[in-house]
Design a protein around this ligand. Structure first.
Ligand SMILES: [Zn+2]
Length: 139
C-alpha cells in the first residue's frame, strides 16, 4: 500500500489489512504485524531455533546466520523462511482480493505441509518422512 501510494495510486486507507494500525509496507507485513509475529513464533517453535528479533525482511533471512546445525539444516530452514514469507503474502492477498481469512495457525500448518511436499520433491537420496519433518529432526 505504501509503494502504491508513492506512485499516486490510492487504494483504500492504505492501512495494514490485518491489524489496521499502520500504513502497510513490506517490513510491517513480514515482521512487525501481529500476524507475522504469530507466524514466526510458530515457525521458531516448530524448528526449535533461537527466537527471531526481526525488524525487516532482511533480518528474517539472516536467521540462519545465527543458528546451529549443518549446511543441510540451514538450507531447509532458509527454504521454510522463504515459504513462510510467501504464505504470509498469499494470505494477505486473499484477504484483500477475496476477503479470505488471516489465520496464524492455518498459515503455519500450510508452511509445514507445503514445505514437506516441496522438500520431498526436490530432495535427493535419504528423504525425511512426515513425522521427522514435523519434529524438524533433519541433520
Ligand atoms: Zn498489520
Amino acid at each position: 500500500m505504501e509503494a502504491l501510494s508513492r506512485r499516486n495510486l490510492i487504494v483504500g486507507d492504505g492501512l495494514c489489512v490485518h491489524c489496521g494500525e499502520v500504513i502497510e509496507n513490506g517490513d510491517h507485513i513480514f515482521t512487525a504485524c501481529r500476524l507475522a509475529h504469530g507466524v514466526w513464533c510458530g515457525i521458531v517453535a516448530w524448528l526449535n531455533i533461537p527466537p527471531m528479533f526481526d525488524f525487516s525482511l532482511k533480518d528474517v533471512m539472516q536467521v540462519i546466520d545465527y543458528m546451529d546445525g549443518s549446511t543441510k539444516k540451514k538450507e531447509i530452514v532458509y527454504g521454510i523462511l522463504i515459504l513462510a514469507c510467501w504464505r504470509i503474502w498469499n494470505a494477505r492477498n486473499k484477504k484483500v482480493f477475496s476477503n479470505g481469512d488471516l489465520n496464524v495457525v492455518r498459515i503455519v500448518a500450510d508452511v509445514k505441509s507445503m514445505g514437506f511436499l516441496w522438500y520431498r520433491c526436490r530432495a535427493k537420496g535419504n528423504v525425511i518422512d512426515w513425522k521427522g519433518w514435523c519434529s524438524s529432526s533433519w541433520s
